[in-house]
Design a protein around this ligand. Structure first.
Ligand code: NZQ
Ligand code: ZN
Length: 392
């Protein structure tokens, strides 16, 4: 077990109609002028944006709005947001939407609160010294960005998708009303459930410092998400299932399921970021498409964890060799992905990649991780390429 620091400063306000408390929360955290940041329009169509602006108007809190954060949010909109905040004297950011709007808002916050080029942080050239305070009204359970320290942005030039993590970017508050996720298309609900599972699995398949309590939380979380993802595939308006998944999303990526371990593997995410950057796929679907190839490539180097996962999470019987049990666990998770209509390879993801594309992605991925990364197994560029080739 390793020493660890656990920092989750976000005030969570969870349940029906909680978005009605947005003005009170902005006041509590010192906001006087707000930039509301949102995505492609789902919050306009659902009426949520109108309810939020009515609430702010009613409370006498001035606001401006900037929409347009797309999945795999782009750097150009971040620049626009920074300029707008400076011009309008904004001192508080309110992201209304999913991971893309939240991450874009975090990047705007870094850009406003620090001098110089904001992409430097995502390019690992320097670290942020501050971020504008940020609140969230979440509309999709997926990334955990509502409590996480991370923000993922795509730079259009070169299609580079990179994450930056800093405690300054953790939201001050997160309003989570499971009812707000009921308008999601089934595909996005399934993508979200996959991403949630993957945030815990990245921390679970490690070769260092595991703790019984952390494992028990992680395994319970994974079983809960699988059960409720299948309920939602049949019954998307099920409030309790929406709530289970929504809270799991936050706990999966706020650090809780990594306490005591070596920091996690994260290579499935790094490989997916290349798919997202190049083909603009939905993040959760990209993760599902690459995971099986990654798992089969690394499981022998992390056998006790894959065996444990098979038995405790996927319910595989303990007969046969450890390798056989581990492989059955991998197959069982892929079968679950298929049941919720997630892809298990690039073809099913709808991506036709040339070998040249795979070589490019492996190279960019290796550069992005400074040569090598992974805890289940340390992967270098040739390993990344082998996994991409196995996933077509
Ligand atoms: O843009 P709008 O119109 O709002 O539509 C969105 C979008 O098309 C739609 N949607 C969201 N809530 C809805 C809804 N449609 C109907 N009803 C609702 N209630 O769903 C689509 C996906 O939204 P998006 O915000 O892109 O999804 P998600 O939360 O999965 O975010 C994905 C982004 O986050 C990054 C991903 O790489 C990707 O760029 N990640 C961020 C992380 C973090 N900050 O901690 C960690 C993750 O690993 C991930 O990398
Ligand atoms: Zn993710």
């Amino acid at each position: 077990m390793f020493d660890f620091q656990y920092f989750t400063p976000t005030k969570v306000v969870f349940g029906r109609n909680t978005e009605g408390r947005v003005a009170e929360l902005i006041r509590e955290f010192g906001g006087h002028k707000v930039l509301i940041h949102y995505g492609g329009g789902s919050v306009v169509r659902s009426g949520l944006l109108q309810r939020v602006t009515d609430t702010l108007d009613g409370a006498g809190i001035p606001w401006i709005a900037l929409g347009g954060a797309v999945p795999n949010p782009r750097l150009s909109l971040v620049y626009e947001g920074i300029e707008l905040c400076r011009k309008e004297g904004v001192d508080f950011l309110l992201a209304v939407g999913g991971g893309s709007a939240i991450d874009s808002a975090k990047a705007i916050g870094y850009g406003v609160a620090n001098e110089g080029e904001v992409w430097d942080f995502y390019d690992y050239r320097r670290t942020a010294k501050a971020c504008l305070p940020l609140g969230v009204i979440l509309t999709i359970a997926a990334t955990g960005s509502e409590m996480s320290d991370s923000s993922v942005i795509t730079k259009e030039e070169g299609l580079v998708k990179r994450g930056y993590s800093s405690d300054y970017g953790r939201p001050k508050f997160a309003i989570m009303n499971p009812e707000l996720t009921m308008t999601l298309p089934d595909y996005q609900t399934a993508c979200g459930c996959t991403d949630i599972m993957m945030h815990t699995m990245e921390r679970y398949f490690t070769n260092g410092g595991n703790m019984e309590i952390t494992d028990a939380i992680a395994e319970g979380l994974l079983r809960t998400v699988m059960t409720n993802a299948e309920i939602l595939a049949r019954d998307p308006k099920n409030y309790d299932a929406r709530a289970e998944v929504m809270w799991a999303g936050s706990l999966s990526h706020n650090g809780l399921t990594g306490c005591g371990n070596d920091g996690g593997d994260w290579m499935t995410h790094k490989l997916e970021h290349e798919l997202g950057g190049l083909y603009d796929v939905a993040h959760g679907a990209g993760l599902a498409a690459i995971w099986g190839s990654w798992a089969r490539y690394v499981y022998r180097d992390c056998l006790p964890r894959f065996r444990r996962f098979a038995v405790r999470v996927m319910g595989v019987e303990e007969t046969g060799s450890d390798e056989e049990i581990a492989l059955k666990g991998i197959e069982a998770l892929e079968a679950f992905f298929r049941r919720i209509h997630m892809p298990t390879n690039l073809r099913e993801l709808g991506v036709t990649a040339t070998d040249e594309d795979l070589v490019t992605m492996a190279h960019k991925c290796a550069v992005g991780v400074d040569g090598a990364k992974g805890s289940a197994r340390l992967l270098r560029e040739e390993d990344m390429l082998a996994i991409f080739r196995a996933s077509v």
